[in-house]
Structure formats: structure tokens, C-alpha cells
Design a protein around this ligand. Structure first.
Ligand SMILES: [Zn+2]
Length: 293
């Protein structure tokens, strides 16, 4: 399976004359945390709601080699706390991971807690290139007053924030486009990347992209058979995908995907939006955003 995916992606890159892929949505985390995440997926618990076999359940070094064999030249180590007093420790781990993994973008996270402004500022000073927020798992509102100073710091710094805020695969108390619209009204300088194109509220998040030029979206899992069977993307929105082609970034959710990695790229090709669109989404947009040249 891995060999087939590597060959498929090599052919894809050759056809598009792409030197590599950039994957903005991958998960690397402390071993014990990753094991808990996998155990959660194994139970098909309420946040996933359906069987979710992890395709790339390997040791960290094997997973890194797999991504590199797929031709991914830059990726992230998305971590997210589900309780207080966890984010600073995760940020220590991601900083250490980035230091020993030069092709990983230094990633950080936060939680609504009094210490957050301090450790977010420290993470940026330490070189963090992207933050991750998971509204459903974190079970907090993006409008929590404890986060006001954090959003202000992030808007001021311009460091992108990849945020899982759509109501898929299962809704949370604070998921959906409405709080995000309000957040952007308050902090228009934020560079949010909406994970999973906002699944399943695709149209509402594309509406937000209309009025917020800094808003970006990642393709993670969208248009795969797995996602389409549960939360189909509205065919009528295809034209906006084309129009926002400079603001859509390839993401995969590697390693926690219930299908081979090639499926994520094949899903993009199936949209039939042209080779230029694919080049931008799979490489150029992220290279520009993270200044990877
Ligand atoms: Zn993810």
C-alpha cells in the first residue's frame, strides 16, 4: 500500500512538474499522547462516530520516513490540549521535535487559561510557525475572554493558526462558523486556516472567506470517499474552490487516516480544477505562506 502510494505521488509530482508536496495538516505528538488518540479512534467514540482504522500506525521515525518517501518536503506536528495545563508541555515537545526534524514546521498550541499569553508569546519568540486549535476536542469557545490577549498576539505576529472549528465529524458545543465570524470581526488580522474546509459547514466557511481575505482553508480529508459518504461537499461550490485557489492548502491528517495517503491527493485531482490549481494547493500556497523558499 505504502509503495503504491509513493509511486502514485511520484507520478503526480512528475506530471505537474512539482518538486515536492507541502502538507499543512499532519500529526506528530508525544508518544503517549498519540497512543491515546489512536485508542480513541479504535473505539469509534462519539467524536468520530464510525470505524476509523489508522492506516499509518507506526513508530515516529517510520512515519517520518513514510512522509518523506511520499515527497512531502514540509509538514506540521499538530498537537492540541483537551484540558488546562497541558499546552505549555505540548509546546515544549513540538519545539524539541522541530529542532530535530528540520522539515517539520515548528508548531504550537494553546488553551484558554491565564498562562496562555505568556507561553504563546514564548512559542513565537522560539520560532513557532503555525498554531493549532481544536475547538471540538478542546471544548472551549474561540470567544472565551481568556483568549482575547492570545488572539491579539497572534493577529499582531501574523503567525497562521490552523483551527478545527467545523462541526464534523461530530458537532461540539462551540463548533461552527458563527463564533469564527465573530472572532474575525474582533481580530481581522488573524491568519486562520480552517481545517477540513470547515466540514460539514463548507458553504458557511466559504462565505467567511469572501469577507476575510486572510482566511485560508485546508483540504484535509475533504472529497475523499470516506468524507463524501458522511459530509458531501456541495457540487455548487466548485466555482468558489477555483476562485479561492490561492487560499486553499493541502492537508492530509497523516498518520490518522482511514485510507492510503494517495486518496487525499486523488480526491483533489478528481475535482478537475486544473493543474495550476493543484500546484498551488499542493505546494505553492504553503511555500508562500510559510516562506519556504
Ligand atoms: Zn487533524
Amino acid at each position: 500500500m505504502t509503495v503504491d502510494t509513493a509511486a502514485y505521488l511520484a507520478g503526480f509530482r512528475r506530471r505537474l512538474d512539482l518538486p515536492a508536496l507541502v502538507d499543512v495538516h499532519t500529526h506528530f505528538m508525544p508518544d503517549q499522547v498519540m497512543r491515546k488518540v489512536w485508542a480513541y479512534f479504535d473505539q469509534a467514540g462519539p467524536l468520530t462516530g464510525r470505524p476509523w482504522p489508522i492506516t499509518y500506525r507506526d513508530d515516529e521515525q517510520v512515519r517520518l520516513k513514510t512522509l518523506r518517501d511520499f515527497g512531502v518536503r514540509a509538514f506540521t506536528s499538530l498537537v492540541y490540549p483537551h484540558k488546562p495545563r497541558m499546552a505549555a508541555w505540548l509546546n515544549e515537545w513540538t519545539a524539541e521535535f522541530a529542532a530535530r526534524t528540520p522539515d517539520c514546521l515548528h508548531t504550537a498550541t494553546f488553551y484558554p487559561e491565564p498562562e496562555a499569553p505568556e507561553y504563546v508569546r514564548a512559542a513565537i519568540a522560539g520560532g513557532a510557525r503555525v498554531f493549532k486549535v481544536h475547538i471540538q476536542v478542546g471544548a472551549f469557545s474561540p470567544l472565551d475572554p481568556l483568549l482575547d490577549p492570545v488572539w491579539a498576539i497572534l493577529a499582531e505576529s501574523g503567525v497562521p493558526v490552523l483551527i478545527h472549528c467545523g462541526s464534523g465529524p461530530a458537532p461540539g458545543e462551540f463548533t461552527g462558523p458563527v463564533p469564527i465570524g465573530e472572532l474575525l470581526r474582533r481580530f481581522p488580522g488573524l491568519r486562520l486556516i480552517i481545517a477540513h474546509m470547515g466540514t460539514p459547514e463548507y458553504t458557511e466557511f466559504l462565505d467567511l472567506a469572501e469577507s476575510h481575505p486572510l482566511l485560508r482553508l485546508d483540504t484535509t480529508m475533504v472529497w475523499t470517499d470516506f468524507s463524501e459518504s458522511d459530509a458531501p461537499f456541495p457540487p455548487g461550490e466548485r466555482e468558489r474552490l477555483r476562485r479561492f485557489g490561492d487560499r486553499i492548502l493541502f492537508g492530509s491528517d497523516f498518520p490518522n487516516i482511514p485510507y492510503p495517503y494517495a486518496e487525499a491527493v486523488r480526491a483533489l485531482e478528481r475535482l478537475d480544477l486544473g493543474d495550476d490549481w493543484l500546484r498551488k494547493v499542493c505546494h505553492d500556497n504553503a511555500v508562500a505562506l510559510f516562506d519556504l523558499r
